[in-house]
Design a protein around this ligand. Structure first.
Ligand code: PLP
Length: 426
């Protein structure tokens, strides 16, 4: 069996020998001519097949209330679909909108309308502030950062911990600086950290004093129901918590079926206080006469109920869980005990977050690329694509088939061991 002594405890001679072993292992890896891809956090073909029946729906064109879904209208989305997702997201039906195919587009609308018009309780549009700042937990979702960057919004990072963002740090940032208008948060099985915001952390985020009177939590619950274990962690109820803390308009909740049915033709949702929903629809009405209700109806018929959605997610879990287990096994087999890497063991979501020695992430990604294994660029989970410690790598095992996940991850472990050894030997 391989020597498991931490590299930091090895003599220079032992480290040299280890480096030579890893060089040989890497040469063998390169020699295999692999072409594998762990960059994409998207469902596999096998998962998409679970929703194939959608392609022959809807059956008819009337919803349960007799609405002809082929026509214009119903800006807030089909009632029956909103009922299902209101239950899943823990809000009232009149507090949720069913929209188009992308929750990211809804986040963008909410951000831009705050900039142009201000929110429910804004003293002025955000564009008229001297500066707008967002709190960004890291590592996080790259598209959240690039969206802010495209509007010149300043980003202040806080560490993402196991129970959510470092809430002590958040409280301090929002308390004194009125330019801090918002914060991104992926509350359940975060991308990529896998963290779940606890009820306690959520309660503090809901209640914390903020210098800005119109501070917004962009509560992106993209993975709310994407469990990898039978535990089925429940998301904190941010809408109720904020309301009882006297900050009812603070959260705007987003979710979608992108990783439930079809990533390109699912349904996205927005939820919040009734005023927030009214505010959103009040701006949306200038842009749309109504959403794709045919798509809403086929989703209603496909799921039947909130329990139908839950059952469908179990089928996803059966495909995904073995891939996530393969990631754990390969990392443990290749790196366990060496003291050069730490990785998350997510209970849901789409990612594993791997930390390698400071200064090594870009090298690992380059080594992997050279060996035919595409990894998400180092730094991608940080604002401006810059990981100040160059140590974090996002692994996305959902898309390749199981065997490819195994092969790719064994290769990644080799690259990490080699990069760490190179750094130690100097
Ligand atoms: N939010 C997070 C945290 C994501 O990881 C993703 C996709 O990877 C999205 C949003 C995109 O959601 P949608 O497809 O609904 O736009």
């Amino acid at each position: 069996a391989a020597d498991r002594t931490p590299l930091s405890q090895r003599s220079p001679e032992e480290l040299h020998a280890f480096l030579e072993e890893q060089r040989a292992a890497y040469a063998a890896l390169e020699g295999r001519g692999l072409r594998l891809d762990l960059t994409r956090g998207k469902p596999s073909a096998e998962q998409l097949d679970l929703s194939e029946r959608l392609l022959s729906l809807p059956d008819g064109h009337l919803d349960g209330r007799g609405v002809d879904v082929r026509n214009y209208g119903g800006l807030e989305g089909l009632a029956e679909l909103r009922e299902i997702f209101a239950e899943l997201l823990g809000v009232e039906v009149d507090q949720i909108v069913a929209g188009g195919n992308a929750s990211l587009a809804m986040m963008h609308e909410v951000l831009v309308w705050h900039l142009l018009h201000g929110g429910v309780d804004s003293p002025r549009p955000w564009k008229d502030e001297d500066e707008v700042t967002f709190v960004c937990p890291v590592p996080g979702y790259d598209r959240h950062y690039t969206m802010l960057e495209s509007y010149g919004i300043r980003m202040v990072t806080v560490p993402m911990l196991e129970d959510g963002p470092d809430v002590d740090a958040v409280e301090e940032i929002v308390r004194d600086d009125p330019s801090v208008k918002g914060m991104w948060i992926v509350p359940t099985y975060a991308n990529p950290a896998g963290s779940v915001v606890t009820q306690e952390v959520a309660a503090r985020l809901a209640a914390m004093p903020t210098a800005a009177p119109d501070f917004r939590l962009f509560w992106d619950n993209a993975y709310a129901i994407h469990h990898l274990t039978s535990e089925e962690v429940k998301s904190a109820d941010i809408v109720a918590l904020s309301s009882s803390a006297g900050n009812p308009h603070r959260p705007v909740v987003f979710a979608s079926t992108s990783k439930v049915t079809f990533a390109g033709s699912g349904v996205a949702f927005l939820a919040g206080s009734r005023e927030t929903v009214g505010w959103y629809l009040g701006h949306l009405k200038f842009a749309s006469i109504g959403p794709d209700k045919v798509n809403h109806l086929r989703h209603v018929q496909f799921f039947g109920s909130a329990d139908g959605v839950r059952e469908h997610m179990v089928a996803h879990r059966e495909v995904l869980a073995p891939k996530f287990e393969a990631v754990q096994e390969a990392l443990e087999a290749g790196l366990g005990g060496l003291g050069v890497a730490r990785w998350t063991t997510p209970r849901g979501g789409y990612f594993v977050s791997l930390d390698v020695p400071d200064g090594c992430a870009a090298r690992v990604v380059a080594l992997a690329k050279q060996a035919g294994i595409a990894l998400t660029p180092a730094g991608a989970s940080f604002p401006y694509g810059e990981d100040p410690r160059d140590r974090n790598i996002r692994l996305a095992p959902s898309f390749p088939v199981l065997d490819e996940v195994r092969t790719a991850m064994a290769g990644v472990a080799t690259c990490v061991a080699l990069a760490a050894a190179e750094q130690l030997v100097g």
